[in-house]
Design a protein around this ligand. Sequence first.
Ligand SMILES: CC/C=C\C/C=C\C/C=C\CCC/C=C/C(=O)SCCNC(=O)CCNC(=O)[C@H](O)C(C)(C)COP(=O)(O)OP(=O)(O)OC[C@H]1O[C@@H](n2cnc3c(N)ncnc32)[C@H](O)[C@@H]1OP(=O)(O)O
Length: 309
Amino acid sequence: MMAVRSCLGVKFGVSGLLSQLTSSTRHHGSRPCVSPILTPQHRNTSSSSTSSKVKVDLDQNTGVAVMHMQSPPVNSLSLDFITELCISLEKLEMDKGCRGLIITSSQPKVFSAGLDILEMYGKSPERCGEFWKSVQELWLKLYSSNMVTIAAVNGSSPAGGCLMALTCDYRIMADNPAYSIGLNETQLGIVAPFWFKDTLMNTIGLRNSEMALQLGLLYKPQDALKVGLVDQVVPEDQVLPAAVKSVNKWLAVPEHARQITKSMMRKSTIDRLTSNREADIQNFVSFITRESIQKSLRGYMELLKQKKA
Ligand SMILES: CC/C=C\C/C=C\C/C=C\CCC/C=C/C(=O)SCCNC(=O)CCNC(=O)[C@H](O)C(C)(C)COP(=O)(O)OP(=O)(O)OC[C@H]1O[C@@H](n2cnc3c(N)ncnc32)[C@H](O)[C@@H]1OP(=O)(O)O
């Protein structure tokens, strides 16, 4: 896993997305979904790949993959989990037969609990830096994906979990008032970095973001819908079917045009991080290792335990 991790930063760097998209050899629009040599009877209709924390089912007829996050208990984004997610995403991005991706959770009641707090508490600066680089990598991969991406938010999705959903093209949330979504970092005594803020602002606008971020708001599904944090709220058992319906709608648009438009909309936000990655890592490490911040994180973890008792 260490060797794979150290490759991630080099091999999977995101750059020149717009030029990639305009190159006729790279965009999905020029790729047939199924090898022309195969007759319909001989086609593989689906394939499945599972690592310990990520299960991917790809339907080769539709070109749509469903990525199930399965890192118990709450899909918190540890370095190992993020590494697996990045590897799965990279494979799908390079797969000519995959054009759409639905991200969902296999864990009950939770989409993702966000960044694994234990990765930010009591760790060496080197380890914190490695962790943050992986968080950047995951965001870059998702936000710059050529695929149509749909978040099927079938549970709570605070902080980094909300960010993952925000990177997608469309968000569908289960209509269950026990669930919530939002960037609640300030409630932990920490600060959402500029690219979290940018992603939120691109979705719900400046004023709503200002309130959401300063207050660390977690929205119930219906409130998230009102503010535009999610695009659709459906009964819990309809989240996946609704995501499939949506992905097909997005895939019906001429692919090259959609991809270039997506890149055009997101490029300046992506460039801001890619041109500041190292400084952003240093900033994170010096912030998170401060004694006062470590104290806040410890207090928050104790609160989580008390809530359980
Ligand atoms: C000048 C400075 C400028 C800029 C700043 C520079 C840099 C930026 C600095 C920092 C940026 C950091 C950005 C951080 C982003 C994050 O994502 S932080 C994580 C935030 N997450 C949360 O707040 C979620 C907390 N969890 C919950 O609310 C709930 O667990 C849940 C709603 C997700 C699920 O509830 P339940 O189903 O009831 O489950 P439990 O609460 O019982 O949890 C089960 C188990 O899991 C542990 N856990 C929960 N969340 C996390 C987590 N995020 N990380 C690690 N572990 C988690 C929980 O403690 C329980 O453990 P056990 O008690 O069973 O051991």
